[in-house]
Design a protein around this ligand. Structure first.
Ligand SMILES: C[S@@+](CC[C@H](N)C(=O)[O-])C[C@H]1O[C@@H](n2cnc3c(N)ncnc32)[C@H](O)[C@@H]1O
Length: 306
């Protein structure tokens, strides 16, 4: 399950149905061990280069250089019809904000990698730092590229409930008939999924886990059972959990041994069916009787909002 050798990790996953492997190595070592056109989905959140101890530097130039090294390899090992989903936010330094997805897009364009963008998904979440001199950031993005036009996309696997399922057509030959799809509607390119903060049931000892639900939707729509999912910057293996829960194979790299060990434990729990995950449909409403949900009586009236 956790390997110190990229080659052994790849052998495990390529030779065994349902296999899951995490390699405690630099992702460049793992990518070099994977043959051309063998991965169906690459999903990851790379380091943002903002001074965290695990990052390769703390400037935008460091971020771009790391992507110039890794993205051509990722494009090489992706199967025709496969997908890359790159989840990033913003590089913030001295109150100056740079959108990282545009830098990733620009590397792919400049290096003329054989990838076509299909969506920029806005991941909206409810919690984060409160900004004082700009609006508080409550979203990041996920950019989706495919290799070729004939790509896997199973929309029916990820439809969500309609707001007005009882709506009927008002004209045309279907006038009077229910107009919605009985399987639900397209989830759109704005995804409202809670981020993994202190009270989230998936929270582990990692500063920036992404929620399993975010990856699960991608795994379900962009791959088939037993396809191979790769996360080159695995952290605590959230992508591996999503892949394992949906009976896909998984291979990941994580450089930090501590995070890799937590990830290994989580992958074991996934295979044993005891891993803790939060469903994307779970809505947490504040308990109105709880003290933290009430405005203190002595606070002044709020200004009307616009
Ligand atoms: C943004 S975090 C990913 C978190 C992950 N999505 C999760 O849910 O746990 C990026 C991770 O990449 C790891 N990392 C940084 N450079 C790496 C490299 N060259 N090879 C492999 N992992 C690396 C870091 O240790 C960190 O855990």
């Amino acid at each position: 399950m956790l390997y110190k050798s990229a080659t052994v990790a790849w052998e495990q996953v390529s030779n065994n149905a349902g296999a899951i492997a995490l390699a405690n190595v630099d992702c460049r070592e793992l990518l070099a061990a994977i043959p051309d056109e063998s991965i169906s989905l690459v999903v990851t959140s790379p380091p943002y280069c903002m001074g965290k101890e695990y990052e390769p530097g703390n400037t935008i130039e460091d971020f771009v250089a790391a992507h110039e090294a890794v993205l051509p390899e990722i494009a090489r090992l992706l199967k025709p019809g496969g997908s890359i989903c790159w989840q990033v936010g913003y590089h913030v330094s001295r109150n100056t904000v740079v959108p990282l997805d545009y830098l990733v897009f620009d590397v792919i364009r400049r290096l003329e990698l054989p990838l076509t963008m299909r969506n920029r998904i806005v991941w909206h979440f409810g919690h984060g730092k409160h900004a004082g001199r700009r609006f508080s950031g409550r979203h990041e993005t996920l950019i989706w590229f495919t290799k070729g036009d004939d790509y896997e996309f199973n929309l029916d696997a990820v439809r969500v409930p309609q707001k007005y399922p009882g709506k009927r057509s008002t004209k045309g030959h279907n006038k009077g008939e229910f107009s919605g799809n009985p399987l639900g509607k397209n989830p759109s390119d704005i995804w409202d999924i809670p981020n993994v903060k202190a009270n989230h049931c998936e929270k582990l000892d990692h500063p920036c886990q992404f929620p399993v639900a975010l990856v699960r939707r991608l795994v379900l729509s962009l791959t088939k059972e037993d396809d191979i999912v790769l996360d080159p910057f695995s952290g605590v293996a959230s992508s591996g959990v999503a892949a394992g829960l949906e009976r896909r194979r998984f291979i990941g790299a994580e450089l930090n041994e501590g995070y890799a060990l937590i990830g290994e434990n989580r992958l074991k729990e996934t295979l044993e069916g005891v891993v803790r995950v939060r469903a994307d449909t779970e809505v947490i409403k504040p308990n109105e009787r709880s003290a933290v949900a009430r405005r203190p009586d002595f606070w002044p009236e709020m200004q009307s909002s616009v």
